[in-house]
Each structure stands twice: as structure tokens, then as C-alpha cells.
Design a protein around this ligand. Structure first.
Ligand SMILES: CC(C)(COP(=O)(O)OP(=O)(O)OC[C@H]1O[C@@H](n2cnc3c(N)ncnc32)[C@H](O)[C@@H]1OP(=O)(O)O)[C@@H](O)C(=O)NCCC(=O)NCCS
Length: 189
């Protein structure tokens, strides 16, 4: 299982003791504002998320992992990749609200991007973002991602099917298959 390290952070698989930290994020309206429209995740959704990420780590070596402070191993967010229906991968990030604005999302996601590019040899990553989520769009831009398209959320977001999402993409070229025009699908939001 891959553990990624940055100067301040680690991104690692979830452990049983991390559930309260994930719950705190997933039940918080500010955190979920642009994920579910503010609705908290159910206990079943949290269980399914943790199961999906454990499976993702087993299958791909990386998933949406727990972001921790290196010094204290305290969970402050999540970052990583998960497969889209198209076969491409989504790059995602959450940071607990007490820590916003300190560069943590960008730092964690940059390590994920480097691993996806050089270790997993993926050819591209997509960020799936609620259009008003300006902080998340800024993170995508700082990672070198560019706007690709705005699409209906019908296929990707059960909670708000009548809204739209914006896709940002980073393409690596080099090793790996050539980019295709396949449409990304459900990203778990
Ligand atoms: C989006 C999120 C991960 C950003 O985390 P973070 O650690 O604060 O991000 P960073 O500090 O790395 O970068 C944030 C950038 O957005 C900017 N920003 C913050 N709020 C902003 C706003 N309302 N409008 C425009 N830019 C904004 C910051 O200034 C910073 O850019 P800068 O470095 O150029 O100044 C965090 O807000 C979060 O977890 N939100 C809840 C979950 C979520 O929405 N996740 C994304 C789903 S796509």
C-alpha cells in the first residue's frame, strides 16, 4: 500500500481509528457544501467510502487516502485518486476547515499527481468540481490543471442531478496510453 510523503503531510490508507475524523468532515455542512450541497453523508455512505478506498488501494496501489500531519499522524483531510466510469481517474482533495488556506490541499494533491504520473504511469487525471467551489478550482489551477468542460451532474451526483460540474484535467503525455476522448463518468459525488 502506497504511503506518500510531503514536507508537512502523509497520504496513507485509512485505519479503523480514522473513522471519527472522516465522520467529522463528512457530517460538516461547510465541508460538504460543494460535495453534496451541504448534506451530511449517511453512516452507510461513510462505510461504502472506506470500503471503496480500501479496494482502490488493493487494486491500484492508491485511492482517496487519509491526509495526516506527518508530525502527529492526525487526519486533517483526504487526497488521492479514484476510478471514473470511463476508466480514467479522478483526483480529489478535502482538507478540514480549520486548516484551509495553508496550502495543504495543493501540497497533498501535488504528491498524488507525481505518483500517478511517474509510478502509476497514468496519462491524465480529472478533477470534478462544483462550479462555485472557487477554492477547489484554484487548487486545480495551482496543480497545472486546465478547464476542460462543464457537464450535467446527472450521471455523477445523485444528490443534485439538475446541477452541473466542471472538469479540470492534467495530461502528462510520455509513458502510458495516448489520451482518448472518452467521457469521464461517475466520480462518487
Ligand atoms: C477546496 C479545499 C480542499 C482547499 O483546501 P486548502 O488546503 O485551503 O487549499 P490550498 O491552501 O492548497 O489552496 C487554496 C487556494 O484557494 C484560494 N481560495 C480560497 N478560498 C477562495 C475563494 N473563495 N475564492 C477564490 N480562491 C479561494 C486560496 O487563496 C488558495 O489560493 P492561493 O494559494 O493562490 O492563495 C478546501 O476548501 C476543502 O476541503 N473544502 C471542502 C471539501 C471540498 O470542497 N473539496 C473539493 C471537492 S472538488
Amino acid at each position: 500500500m502506497t504511503v506518500l510523503s510531503t514536507p508537512r503531510l502523509q497520504i496513507r490508507p485509512w485505519r479503523p481509528g480514522d473513522r471519527p475524523a472522516l465522520e467529522r468532515m463528512a457530517l460538516d455542512r461547510d465541508m460538504m457544501r460543494y460535495v453534496t450541497g451541504g448534506e451530511p453523508w449517511s453512516a452507510e455512505r461513510i462505510d461504502a467510502f472506506l470500503e471503496d478506498q480500501a479496494a482502490g488501494y488493493r487494486q491500484h496501489g492508491l485511492a482517496f487516502g487519509a491526509v495526516t500531519h506527518r508530525a502527529r499522524d492526525r487526519v486533517i483531510g483526504l487526497a488521492g485518486i479514484q476510478p471514473l466510469d470511463s476508466g480514467a481517474f479522478e483526483l480529489g482533495w478535502w482538507i478540514w476547515k480549520d486548516h484551509w488556506g495553508q496550502g495543504y490541499a495543493t501540497e497533498a494533491a501535488a504528491a498524488v499527481v507525481a505518483h500517478a504520473r511517474y509510478a502509476l504511469e497514468l496519462d491524465r487525471l480529472y478533477a470534478v468540481i462544483d462550479p462555485p467551489n472557487s477554492a477547489s478550482i484554484r487548487v486545480a489551477e495551482k496543480l497545472g490543471m486546465v478547464f476542460e468542460q462543464r457537464i450535467s451532474a446527472r450521471a455523477t451526483r445523485a444528490e443534485r442531478p439538475d446541477t452541473s460540474i466542471v472538469l479540470y484535467v492534467v495530461r502528462f503525455g510520455g509513458p502510458g496510453p495516448a489520451p482518448t476522448r472518452r467521457q469521464p463518468g461517475a466520480g462518487g459525488r
